[in-house]
Design a protein around this ligand. Structure first.
Ligand SMILES: [Zn+2]
Length: 129
């Protein structure tokens, strides 16, 4: 990792794609903070979340995803749970047959939900047109 030797803060430069940078700049502006503060605050929260999830749910980890489900392996229970969301927003875990459990909670931090929710949005658009 290379740091700028002129920078006493030990700041590392990274490259962010311009369209994303523009969105981040707008969000930072809305919070009246600098882009650097915004990015560091966001990334710190992300890293802390991952660390806490690994401590709290050490037996549960995502092993995959489909167009409609996040697949969570539970080494303690020796199962793979398929976590899905119904059109009304209710969640379901195939392993527990419940609408809320540790598998569902752990899955909520998966970025795979972004794709699944985008797919659900496209289905709604197709059905309503
Ligand atoms: Zn479950």
């Amino acid at each position: 990792m290379r740091t700028n030797p002129r920078n006493k803060e030990g700041v590392v430069n990274i490259q962010i794609y311009k369209p994303l940078y523009d969105k981040i700049a707008k969000l930072a502006d809305e919070q009246n903070i600098t882009i650097k503060e915004y990015v560091n605050k966001f990334l710190e929260g992300h890293v802390i979340t991952i660390e806490l999830m690994r401590q709290r749910f050490s037996q549960i980890m995502q092993v995959g995803a489909t167009d409609t489900a996040v697949l969570m392996q539970d080494k303690g229970k020796n199962v793979i749970a398929s976590v899905t969301m119904q059109k009304n927003g209710d969640m379901h875990c195939s392993a527990c047959k419940k609408d809320f459990c540790e598998h569902i909670f752990a899955s909520l931090f998966s970025p795979s939900w972004i794709t699944i929710l985008q797919n659900m949005g496209k289905e709604d658009t197709l059905q309503s047109s």
